[in-house]
Design a protein around this ligand. Structure first.
Ligand code: FAD
Ligand code: SIN
Length: 519
């Protein structure tokens, strides 16, 4: 492999956002698609619930817009929300044109519902929506000869030329050589940052790499205090990151304390279908005040046949842990699930740096405000990836690409201290879980800020001394993203949506985003 590559467009990330961008770009353009793991590994593949869109007769755009705004606790950007909602039916059509077999009854979409939706509007493929989307999109991508796929390549940093982005340094994980990918346009589609927390529904890829890279390059990053905790992840010592879809509550699942005692009626009149921030905080409160390890989600009353038809994946996974969900409730706990903030972008996915775009969970388009409504995320990926590609297609690309020095590792050596990386990884994630979790306070946030500053110095010193590896690159990004989350949390002097601070329990009358940029 050459250590220098030239492409028209470099897309970092092969989740739904990255794949859809690639598919909408002109076939005349040369495109590099980069994935730091196996190509399908990423949150998109594991999505269960579905994609929201106005598809039912009694539904309309205004209702979808209103529900999204309400879930977002007043912080959603109306222009972006309108754009996403109005393009949603077309997004579903486009997925179908790539072969996604949405679940249908009598030739009509079977629409499910989740927290915050006032109508049934979540199109899905049983409880394996993401897997079907990703497999079909990937098949279409593989059929294009203008798209080159680089699997097991992890981006290290963006290449900057004056104030413009011209690609990235990317580590080939097999050869361990850092290669330069020089491109006219770079699209970050690297997903979210939920791995900054000890407990998460996300796969290992969600380490905030795109956010940290963009921040280091001088980009604006917005509203990172809004980490969404999904209320119901499977609680079992051997179950790593397994989600119990909100669609289970959408279809009538009841939360209990294990003795059949229901509790959501004490928190919100929408009960189990209140927005996620409300349900996650209620569970957190029940667990903390009653000293419980978990709460329970009961869907057993629907019977085996119905459950098998609607939630086969969840049924089988629970069964592999000895839990028969058609006969008993499922033990569940909240876990970090989604990064509502991210790289600040406009409707065409432009970031604040020239020629750098961001799409999907890595971006802040403003649609989610202070709390994302369920199944609006895949939708955001698909809608904004298309507008990003359309914007790039309209640009006149210059004939020349800048020249960059090769990656220099003459001053670093192999590390015999890898335990440091493991230790700091664990420390950051535990610190974030304990001090920057579902309920926050000024004291805990200050402690986290001070400790992360020290960890950041330790990581910088390690990074300047030893050869890079996948784990070191991720650790460097994890600590930076954690710092951005904490700094944004400290900047927000109110409790709004997903950000709940015991020292400011009320909403501020001032509705504002928190934007962080390198000083
Ligand atoms: P991802 O799908 O996470 O992809 C990120 C990509 O970036 C990966 O290919 C990764 O390898 C690559 N990458 C990251 N860093 C680097 C780097 N440094 N170098 C190279 N490559 C890199 N949303 C819904 O709307 N509906 C649902 O039903 C739903 N269910 C969900 C269930 C689960 C279990 C989870 C975890 C999330 C769910 N979500 C759902 C959220 C939604 O799936 C994600 O927000 C969305 O898929 C994000 O897509 P993405 O393309 O932005 O990122
Ligand atoms: C779920 O199925 O509960 C996840 C849906 C989402 O995150 O939007």
């Amino acid at each position: 492999m050459p250590s220098q590559h030239k492409f028209d467009v470099l897309i970092i990330g092969t989740g739904s956002a990255g794949l859809v961008t690639a598919l909408h770009l002109s076939r005349e353009m040369s495109i590099a698609l980069i994935s730091k793991d196996k190509i399908l590994e990423g949150s998109s593949y594991y999505a269960q619930g579905g994609v929201s869109a106005v598809l039912a007769k009694n539904d309309n755009f205004d209702k979808h817009i209103k529900d999204t705004l309400i879930a977002g606790a007043g912080l959603g950007n109306i222009e972006s929300i309108k754009f996403m909602v109005e393009n949603a039916p077309e997004a579903i059509n486009s997925l179908e044109s790539h072969g996604v077999p949405f679940t249908k009854k009598e030739n009509k979409y079977h629409l499910t519902t989740e927290g915050g939706h006032s109508e049934r509007r979540v199109a899905h493929v049983a409880d394996k929506t993401g897997e079907h989307i990703q497999l079909n999109l990937l098949e279409s991508v593989r059929s294009r000869d203008n798209i080159s796929i680089f699997e097991n390549y992890i981006a290290v940093d963006l290449l900057l030329n004056d104030d413009s982005c011209s690609g990235a340094y990317i580590l080939n994980k097999e050869t361990k050589i850092v290669e330069s990918f020089i491109a006219h346009k770079t699209v970050l589609a690297t997903g979210g940052a939920s791995k900054t927390y000890l407990y998460t529904s996300n796969p290992d890829t969600s380490t905030g790499d795109g956010i940290a890279m963009a921040y280091r390059a001088g980009c604006e990053v917005t509203n990172m205090e809004f980490t969404q905790f999904h209320p119901t992840c499977l609680f079992h010592p051997h179950a790593k990151s397994f989600l119990i879809s909100e669609a289970v509550r959408g279809e009538g699942g009841i939360l209990t304390l294990g003795d059949s005692k229901e509790f959501m009626q004490n928190y919100d009149e929408r009960r189990e279908l209140a927005p996620r921030d409300v349900v996650a905080r209620a569970i957190d409160n029940e667990m903390k005040t009653k000293g419980l390890d978990c709460v329970y989600l009961d869907i057993s009353f629907k019977g085996e046949k119905w459950i098998e038809e609607h939630f086969p994946t969840i049924k089988n996974k629970c069964s592999s842990f000895g839990i028969d969900i058609s006969k008993e409730p499922i033990p569940v706990v909240p876990a970090a699930h989604y990064t509502c903030g991210g790289i600040q972008t406009d409707l065409n996915a432009n970031s604040s740096i020239n020629n750098l775009y961001a799409v999907g969970e890595v971006a802040h388009t403003g649609v989610h405000g202070a709390n994302r409504m369920a199944s609006n995320s895949l939708l955001e990926c698909i809608v904004f990836a298309k507008s990003c590609a359309k914007h790039i297609n309209k640009q006149q690309l210059s004939t020349k690409l800048p020249i960059f020095n090769s990656w220099d590792e003459s001053r670093v050596s192999a590390s015999k201290e890898k335990v440091v990386v493991l230790h700091l990884w664990d420390e950051i994630r535990r610190l974030m879980w304990n001090f920057v979790g579902i309920v926050r306070s000024n004291k805990r946030l200050q402690y986290a800020q001070q400790r992360l500053e020290v960890i950041n110095l330790e990581v910088d010193s390690y990074y300047g001394t030893y050869l890079i590896s996948n784990d070191l690159i991720e650790l460097r990004n994890l600590v930076k993203t954690a710092q951005i989350i904490v700094d944004s949390s400290i900047d927000r002097k109110e409790s709004r949506g997903l950000h709940f601070n015991e020292d400011y329990k009320e909403l501020s009358s001032k509705i504002a985003n928190t934007t962080i940029k390198i000083k």
